[in-house]
Design a protein around this ligand. Structure first.
Ligand SMILES: [Zn+2]
Ligand SMILES: [Zn+2]
Length: 125
């Protein structure tokens, strides 16, 4: 068999294995850093070292995404639980209350004394 490209610079004997011939140490044509071609059968493939690097990269990234998603889900769950348990959050500071009455009582603490007196006057007068 003859190949049009047999330039020695383009060939490399390595421990890479052609996925089709399954022979180690064959001559490969390096099309690019991530794509090699087997000079025996013409199969193009991604060299093992690149695959390994990519896999590690993807795993690392996936782990990061998973961690991020987990912490976000955790946060969301906490917020949901808080809202479920306390349907009456204070509109000013967000403090959750289980009963509206508690919240009304709490709201009074946000009203300055002077304003409170005015409110009382408004009610009484
Ligand atoms: Zn091959
Ligand atoms: Zn409050």
């Amino acid at each position: 068999m003859e190949y049009s490209i047999t330039n020695k610079r383009d060939k490399e004997n390595t421990s890479e294995k052609c996925p089709r011939c399954l022979f180690v140490g064959r001559s490969f044509l390096i099309l690019s850093e991530v794509l090699w071609a087997c000079l025996d059968c013409g199969t193009t493939f991604v060299p093992k070292k690149v695959r390994t690097e990519l896999r590690n990269m993807i795993h690392k990234k996936a782990d990061e995404i998973k961690k991020e998603a987990n912490s976000q889900a955790e946060e969301l769950k906490k917020t949901e639980t808080l809202l479920e348990e306390s349907p009456f959050p204070c509109e000013i500071c967000g403090k959750p209350f289980q009963r509206e009455l508690y919240r009304i009582n709490h709201m009074k603490s946000h009203i300055p004394k002077v304003a409170k007196m005015e409110v009382m006057n408004a009610y009484t007068g």
